[in-house]
Write a new protein. Structure first.
Length: 343
């Protein structure tokens, strides 16, 4: 596959795009490095998201891993099927300059979901739009039928830090370092990390199978974070604090043990969002149960992403704000399948 329409940049150009990787352009870490805002040109600026690989400090790493990940990502993001979904980042270029490895996406980034989750300014409606778009993308990547040319993709390292929103709160998945299946059929098992801390499937913590239920679990964790305003930090990991999943499970068990109201509906939605105009009380319980079903300890009892997507469409906030959320967007709704020629 020839790299047409993909530009190769020198490291010094990325330095210029990001203002020497300034703090003001820094968005955050991803599993294998850092991501930044960038811009090229002044009269007709081209906005970009710049992702730079670094040797990871807390994940298993072998020399050459990042070079392989970069080149596989270039192949993935130029594939005729994958690029069709609006929630996949669009590849603009890459850097393979001595020890400096990076990719450049065509995107005017607002911020990562990870950074936005604790903020009061990140509204209920914006959170739902983010979750809806991500669910659509996973449904698309997991799709398969009897005529499929490619097996389904499994991301394997979903993380709130790997999802960047544009200024209209449309989510873009921006890391694929552990992706398997699809056009990578030989990567059925992987000897590196199992996923991202806080999002690793509790049922697959010691296996390297390419199961899409890993993505369902991680999506459930992200959904729990979005509705509860909780994130799992590196400091939490080092201190042995509960993950978002563990916290949610504890809250659920406590509710079942101590609730005196038979008709009470369990909800993990942060109380501050209950006062927002777009919030519907019934949705609080429903979306909590959707998330908890995704993180079910038994893999086989978790829903498929197409079922999760259908459940999200039934929320009042989605039905009442269909245009904003994307529920009327055919690119998000169509029954995409990973086929050789079309989607």
């Amino acid at each position: 596959m020839e790299p047409d329409n993909v530009l190769k940049f020198e490291y010094k150009e990325l330095v210029r795009f990001t203002d020497n990787f300034s703090d003001s352009n820094y968005i955050g870490r991803f599993q294998f490095g850092k991501i930044y805002r960038g811009v090229f040109g002044e009269v007709y600026p081209i906005y970009m998201l710049v992702k730079m690989w670094e040797v990871p400090e807390i994940y298993n790493y072998k020399p050459g891993d990042d070079k392989v990940r970069l080149m596989e990502e270039v192949v993935l993001l130029r594939h005729e099927v994958v690029i069709k979904h609006p929630c996949m980042v669009k590849l603009y270029g890459y850097c393979f300059d001595d020890e400096h490895l990076g990719v450049i996406y065509s995107l005017k980034p607002f911020d990562s979901i990870y950074n936005l989750i604790p903020r009061d300014s990140f509204t209920w409606l914006q959170r739902i739009k983010s979750a809806f778009g991500l669910a659509s993308l996973l449904k698309f990547l997991h799709a398969k039928n009897s005529t499929s040319y490619y097996a389904p993709f499994v991301v394997q390292n979903l993380d709130a830090a790997h999802i960047v929103l544009d200024e209209d709160y449309n989510p873009r998945l921006c890391d694929f370092g552990l992706i398997c299946g699809g056009i990578f059929p030989d990567r059925r098992s992987y000897s590196g990390p199992l996923g991202c801390y806080g999002y690793i499937d509790v049922c697959a913590s010691n296996t390297y199978d390419c199961s899409n239920k890993k993505d369902v679990f991680a999506f459930g964790v992200i959904l729990l974070s979005l509705i509860s305003k909780r994130v799992y930090t590196e400091e939490d990991r080092q201190s042995g604090f509960p993950t978002v999943y563990e916290w949610a499970l504890g809250q659920c068990q406590a509710f079942e043990s101590y609730s005196e109201m038979k008709d009470a509906k369990f909800s993990l939605v942060h109380k501050s969002m209950a006062y927002e105009s777009e919030f519907c009380g019934k949705d609080g319980h429903k979306i909590t149960m959707i998330a908890l079903e995704c993180v079910n300890r038994v893999q086989s009892e978790r829903p498929a992403m197409k079922q999760v997507f259908r459940s999200l469409r039934k929320l009042e906030v989605v039905k009442n704000n269909a245009d904003f959320v994307g529920a009327n967007n055919k690119l998000l709704l169509r029954p995409c399948e990973i086929t050789k020629n079309s989607c």
